[in-house]
Design a protein around this ligand. Structure first.
Ligand SMILES: [Zn+2]
Length: 245
């Protein structure tokens, strides 16, 4: 074999191996993606149906400022709780809070304080606030934080009440105070999210600071705080999360 032939004889199998490698990789990734989607299948359909025609699915909705049984928190906003704590949107990623979909345009559906606390809106926060609750009503020895986000339009124009401008730190708020309105801000003006409020209960680091909300391990299951099932791994995939009479 001369050098030319030798190179040729290696070239083809190497390319074939590459193609095979890419194909297997693509199939694997598609599988992971489908797994993630399949898991959410039931609830995705309900969210899409509700957003297309909220009036037809108004029985899905919870009402703002209502309390279930003797739960400590009032519901912060009106709408369909389409995604739950512990839902998976993609593999290795779990939802740290609940998403309440208004079924209205952005900037129309009010968001209220679910409990007494102290509100912070960091500099640069367009759509988010966090409320410090010094004594967790279910575990008074610990401090917890209530994080709420998506309160802006796709360009980042805020729907947060003017009482809480960026740079607000530890301002007292009381149960039922108006905080702002639901929006569809995602950080990407080209791909806004559906109008909703993301709400999560964030753990404290033990020194008076909130932990990173993006990790579900730093959040608490909101179920006992609202008095009805909000854990995606417990509620049936086609069940509507709401207070049962
Ligand atoms: Zn969310």
């Amino acid at each position: 074999m001369d050098e030319k032939t030798l190179n040729k004889s290696h070239k083809f199998p190497r390319r074939a191996r590459l193609v095979l490698f890419l194909a297997v990789g693509a199939i694997g990734l598609t599988g992971f993606y489908l797994l993630g989607r399949t898991y959410l299948g039931g609830r995705n359909t309900m969210v899409i149906n509700y957003l297309r025609n909220p009036a037809q699915y108004s029985d899905y909705e919870v009402q703002a400022l209502t309390r279930c049984a003797n739960a400590p928190f009032l519901l912060p906003s009106k709408g369909f709780i389409g995604y739950l704590w512990n839902d998976s949107f993609k593999p290795f990623n779990r939802h740290q809070g609940i998403d309440i979909f208004a079924g209205t345009d952005a900037g129309k559906t009010p968001v209220y304080a679910p409990y007494d606390g102290f509100l912070t809106r960091e500099e640069g926060w367009r759509s988010s606030i966090i409320i410090r609750i010094p004594q967790d009503p279910l575990n008074p020895s610990q401090q917890i934080w209530l994080y709420m986000t998506h309160m802006a339009d796709p360009e980042g124009n805020s729907f947060i009440d003017s009482a809480f401008p960026p740079g607000t730190y530890d301002k007292p708020v009381f149960t039922g105070d108006l905080l702002g309105f639901q929006g569809n801000y995602s950080g990407d003006p080209v791909r806004p999210v559906g109008v909703h409020l993301h709400f999560s209960i964030v753990r404290d680091d033990g020194s008076g600071n909130y932990l990173n909300e993006l990790d579900i391990a730093n959040t608490l299951d909101p179920t006992p705080y609202f008095g009805f099932e909000l854990n995606a791994k417990v509620l049936g995939k086609s069940e509507i999360p709401r207070c049962s009479p």
